[in-house]
Ligand binder design. Sequence first.
Ligand code: SAH
Length: 367
Amino acid sequence: MADARSPLENEIRRLIGVAGPMPLADYMQLCLTHPQYGYYIDRDPFGAGGDFVTSPEISQMFGELIGLWMASVWQQMGAPENVRIIELGPGRGTLMQDALRAAKVVQAFRSAIVVHLVEISPALQQIQQRRLEQLGVPVLWHTALEEVPRGPSIVVANEFIDALPIHQAVKKPDGWHERVVDIAPDGNLFIGEAREPLPFFETSMPRALRAAPLDSIYEWRADTMALELGRRMRSDGAALIIDYGHAHFGLGDTLQAVAGHAFTDPLRTPGMADLTAHVDFEAVAQCAESIGARIHGPIRQRDLFLRLGIEHRAAALKAAAPRDKAVEIEIALSRLIADGARGMGELFKAMAIAAPELGPLPGFEEP
Ligand code: SAH
């Protein structure tokens, strides 16, 4: 049995043996970004042959419209001579490739750009490099946003925050206990809870959730990323965040594992499946707002892309395409803007964090 375990599972068991039960957030972080065995570190998880498909991989329209969004935000910023285009978690680099191609229509913008990609995975950095090297725009890589120099910037992050580790706590009669990964007597990993409650935990959670019934689960992320975005954007830029999640805080366990396009148990084969959890947009917004940035949205992905003109773009592409391609474009369009409980256009939300003086941003204007 023991030799069937992945090297990362052995490492996690060793750490639990040494330090005791492991907070879920540490577990998630190790699974995704352990320097040797982390899920993202040495593979390309995207596309039909991978584990999941993201919006930029569904259609070039996604990145193109974001490219035009960036060009018009740059104009709103007063067309600074130098602007950093920062992407968080660029995956295969597809979004940026499509965005920069579309942005060619605003030459002055293209000439003002330096691209900064924040990517933790050496394997994906290589793929991004191959993709972006012929575009004629300078590109630099970093492993954290903090490493990117300050200055006027436009940030985009699609399906990035959902991959940042979450903490969970469960309500018990004596308070909220952090959920932890532990080893059961039968030798399997399981999710339990820390013996002692988290001190003064209720004061840090939304007031409306404090009266939750026993056994409720509350999830949260470290606010480092939201604060860093807020701090940078409040004076000099705008960040577009697109991810799946909820517009308002709530209760419940949203941790999920996906491998080979199917859901799996987050504790099975650590490091071999993608782990994500809903983005709590309200928490990100409150955090960025608290230090002076202005929040736009969140709105549904569907609404943002309809307002940015995705139907016109699809019609133009279809007019220039052979018949079978035209059908593909139509299918891609309906996937990106699909509504209903399981539709991408509904599940995914878009929110912007920006300098207050920029005013309304494209796609976020009140209808
Ligand atoms: N935006 C891309 C990929 C989304 S998957 C798309 O839409 O297709 C998440 C991306 O974030 C991957 O590129 C992954 O390697 C990167 N990533 C995950 N955790 C990270 C972290 N802590 N720091 C930097 N990059 C990270």
